[in-house]
Design a protein around this ligand. Structure first.
Ligand code: ADP
Length: 492
């Protein structure tokens, strides 16, 4: 695992390499119940589902699991429907949310308070007691629904910041199941986290889980420091805490991508007519790509400025490079997102106006989603990727870009040091996204890099990504959750 100590993981062998799981025929015998805010119910849009959704679904299929969460629909209070669908060996159970629940739990506390704070953005956090009540109420509602179908030996795996208090709500209803929690986004240092009003109410409720998983060691350590220094929680060791009658463990399980599959997909899709059209339209110019949801954590505004600086400082590239930024809108109902959308469009217009010519547009800025296939082909057709989040739990685009490259003639990843992925992608050009001049220099370096160096850097990162293929992520987490404390195979 590159920079990670080898004993943090089971060596990337997944179920096959674990003697106990192998004895069980490669399956965890208990039923797995995954709970997340949204559920990727198979439908006509499934082809667009992100890598993680696809992987969770295939993990649940192997284990005949259940996936529970919000349907994505908002209904009149009292008319929220609960629907069950059995498909491909997985049971999907979804509930609608009432409008007030959606506003206070999802738009409010989760996305206006927790998202910014957990991404280190105290300046954008907006606290409201009403949103906090809505957040706790929806977690209670989820627990109430889950209670109706949980069996005593179900293993429950809860995902992400929307559902931190869910284990407590389930324990309050008497459930003694193994319950694990995985945080997909960063966990900030306690010095920042304690700016969250009533933080104990939310963060300490994580101690009702048996296992709390994070993307990186930094996140785990921040949580451990919060528990030790802020809450004076007794501990057995640096990763095992005593919470009343139970122990709660902390571990790192960095999310990966389907490395080999993504390379195969990119090899195929580079020939798609859509991708060929884009490449032809470049008229032999080099392409740089950026792919991000429109979110302030992604640093798109500063990236556009850095690209402008690049055109100013390295004039030989003017007219020779096209930067394609693909940015589907997200959370447009929240004011900061709408403001940011306007600002970025203006900045892009400014750069294009200043440096563009009738025959050349420096930045192509597109606000729509594309299929995984199209993205894979575009990644492979780009000489460099600009992935410069100001803070990111992992960043899968960075990993997908590397996986998609042609090993004989690979592109170069320019990656923010503040993305979780930077720990595994040490051979990328790592940058500080706040330093325009350094990002501009990194773009020049990427575009000028000799083939041998590009190949060596690509090989280094690919080795790490192949070892940490997402296929093994689910089984690693569930093994850690179901193994008794003190088991030597537990990741540390
Ligand atoms: P986040 O989860 O914060 O949005 P990640 O980089 O970790 O960021 O994951 C984003 C996922 O969404 C990736 O799998 C990526 O391929 C996908 N994605 C990003 N932008 C688009 C887009 N324009 N169209 C389709 N999928 C996208």
């Amino acid at each position: 695992m590159g920079q990670f100590p080898a004993d943090r993981f089971d060596g990337g062998s997944g179920n096959d390499g674990n003697p106990i799981v192998a004895q069980l025929g490669g399956l965890v015998l208990a039923r797995i119940v995954v709970v997340s805010n949204r559920v990727n119910v198979p439908n006509k849009d499934s082809a667009r589902a992100g890598g993680l959704a696809v992987v969770l679904r295939s993990f649940l299929k192997r284990n005949h699991g259940v996936w529970f969460g919000w349907s994505g629909r908002v209904a009149t209070r009292g008319e929220e429907a609960v629907r069950t669908l059995d498909h491909g060996g997985v049971t999907y159970i979804t509930t609608d949310l009432a409008r007030a629940d959606y506003q206070e739990y999802y738009n409010g506390f989760a996305n206006r308070m927790l998202w910014p704070i957990l991404h280190y953005r105290l300046d954008l956090a907006e606290f409201s007691s009403r949103d906090l009540s809505g957040y706790l109420r929806v977690n209670d509602l989820f627990a109430e629904h889950l209670s109706k179908f949980l069996k005593p030996d179900d293993v429950i795996w809860v995902h992400d910041y929307h559902l931190m208090p869910l284990a407590k709500a389930l324990r309050d209803r008497g459930h003694k199941n193994k319950i694990g929690f995985y945080l997909h986004i960063p966990f900030p240092p306690p010095e920042l986290l304690t700016a969250l009003p009533k933080h104990e109410r939310i963060i300490l409720s994580l101690c009702h889980y048996d296992l709390v998983g994070f993307q990186t060691e930094t996140d785990s350590e921040n949580f451990a420091r919060y528990l030790t220094n802020e809450c004076r929680m007794p501990s057995i060791d640096s990763r095992t805490f005593i919470a009343g009658e139970r122990t709660m463990r902390i571990g790192e399980f960095p999310v990966g991508v389907e490395t080999a599959e993504f390379e195969r997909l990119a090899r195929r899709t580079v020939r798609l007519s859509f991708v060929r059209e884009v490449v032809t339209s470049l008229a032999d110019r080099t392409m740089i790509i950026g792919v991000d949801r429109l979110d302030y954590s992604k640093g798109i505004g500063l990236r556009v400025k850095a690209f402008e600086r690049f055109l100013a400082d390295y004039p030989r590239w003017r007219g020779a490079v096209t930067y394609l930024q693909i940015t589907p809108r997200s959370r447009s109902e929240i004011r900061e997102y709408a403001d940011m959308e306007r600002r970025i469009s203006e900045n892009v217009g400014h750069v294009n106006g200043r440096y563009g010519e009738a025959s050349w547009t420096p930045i192509r800025y597109v606000n729509r989603p594309y299929s995984r296939s199209a993205l894979a082909g575009l990644y492979r057709s780009s000489r460099a990727a600009l992935v410069t989040p100001l803070r990111d739990g992992m960043n899968l685009v960075a990993k997908e870009y590397v996986a998609a490259q042609d090993a004989d003639d690979p592109g170069v990843l320019i990656l923010s040091r503040f993305a979780g992925a930077a720990l595994e992608c040490r051979s990328a050009i790592l940058v500080n996204p706040y330093d325009e001049e350094a990002v501009a220099a990194a773009i020049d370096k990427a575009l000028s890099m000799p083939l041998e160096e590009r190949r060596a850097r690509h090989r280094d990162i690919l080795d790490v990504l192949s070892e940490n293929d997402i296929k093994f992520w689910g089984s690693r987490f569930i093994e850690a959750l179901t193994n008794p404390p003190g088991d030597s195979r537990w990741p540390r």
